[in-house]
Ligand binder design. Structure first.
Ligand SMILES: [Zn+2]
Length: 369
């Protein structure tokens, strides 16, 4: 009997706290003294004051560059060329999803450390050695595995508390699925992002991620609505970013993420955030797995309590065309897709039926309100 090789990967350093931006210079000084900071308008301005103060104290030079909005091969090449010309020793992202993906990839092309300072906690991308690459028109192109995880991920919870509540809730949706997907991968012996089996550490982090979201998610949402930092917010920001990031990368993904990806190609669902489609994809996965009713109900109740989608209508399309839905289900079941990580074969028909069942159950939960 051969034991599978376990592989565990993580960012070199994770820093989180209220006002943590004040310590950014101290952590970056270990990596270099000239930083190219990339982000959108809101992302750059959220960290500007803290950056300027903390860099000045340690004589760290910085250049700002506005992200063009797409994590495309062209934008990544532009950032890398700009950074090399400017002679920077660190590439930093200040913002949300796509800027983070582009910076991680461009830092690899420049051969400099990547520093990630998310200004929202909307998904589990900041910690991973993986970039999502999009075409210039915004459609999904591919996943680009990277050699290294970021050298530093820093979350200032005062900044996160001021971000739109919907971004924090979407992050909870992404984090809610982490353990269920890792557990499916464990049962099927699927490989994680590093090409190894999941470690005990990876599973424990994923499980703690789920427990943290269920226990503190609602209170964290209330804190964010009031733009204040509380213990619950701190715990959920860590779960959304670190626990979920380590959990998915070391545990692997399954139907929840396969459906999220397929849904991103459906025009009616374009306004849904990644974490929102993952949350609905998780409901589908739970039904497909025939999880105990009490467990399924608990996840539905939680989603309803924080405002995560439990019906297709919640995702933005009241009347979805059956053929469109069938095509999305077929795409999510196509070969080479994370649905193959389930411990049983998954067909498009099974996914279509489970999507309709998850939507129906969600509508009955909504009606019982
Ligand atoms: Zn995700």
């Amino acid at each position: 009997m051969g034991f599978k090789t376990k592989i565990f990967g993580a960012p070199s350093r994770y820093v989180q706290g209220a006002g943590a931006i004040q310590a950014l210079g101290r952590h970056i000084a270990l990596l270099g003294d000239k930083v190219l900071v990339v982000g959108g308008k809101a992302g750059l301005s959220a960290t500007r004051e803290g950056r300027e103060k903390s860099f000045k104290l340690l004589n760290i030079l910085q250049i700002e560059d506005k992200f063009n909005g797409e994590s495309s091969d062209e934008e990544i090449a532009r950032l890398a060329a700009f950074g090399i010309r400017a002679g920077v020793s660190v590439l930093m992202a200040s913002g949300g999803g796509k800027a983070i993906d582009a910076v991680k990839a461009a830092a690899e092309d420049m051969n400099v450390p990547a520093v990630i300072v998310p200004t929202i906690a909307s998904n589990d991308a900041p910690c991973s050695a993986l970039s999502v690459i999009y075409n210039n028109d915004g459609s999904f192109s591919r996943l680009r595995p990277l050699k290294n995880n970021p050298a530093l991920v820093l979350m200032d919870t005062e900044i996160i508390a001021k971000a739109p509540v919907r971004t924090l809730v979407a992050g909870m949706g992404d984090a809610l699925a982490t353990w269920f997907e890792a557990d499916a991968c464990r049962r099927s012996n699927a490989l994680n992002s590093f090409g190894g089996s999941v470690s005990e550490a990876g599973l424990a982090l994923a499980k703690h991620c789920l427990n943290t979201i269920i226990e503190h998610g609602f209170n964290a949402k209330i804190a964010c609505e009031n733009q204040v930092v509380t213990h619950a917010l701190e715990k959920v920001v860590e779960a959304n970013t670190l626990l979920s990031g380590l959990g998915f990368e070391n545990g692997g993904v399954a139907v929840a993420h396969a459906l999220s990806e397929a849904f991103s190609a459906v025009p009616e669902l374009h306004h849904a955030a990644h974490g929102e489609t993952v949350a609905f994809g998780l409901l589908v996965q739970l039904i497909l797995e025939d999880r105990p009713t009490a467990e399924i109900n608990e996840i539905y109740e939680f989603c309803r309590s924080v405002g995560l989608p439990i019906t297709l209508g919640d995702l933005g399309c009241e009347e979805i065309d059956k053929d469109t839905l069938r095509r999305a289900a077929d795409a999510a079941a196509a070969p080479g897709n994370p649905s193959a990580n389930m411990p049983f074969p998954v067909t498009g028909r099974m996914l279509y039926d489970a999507v309709r069942a998850a939507d129906g159950l969600g509508r009955s939960f909504s009606a019982a309100k």
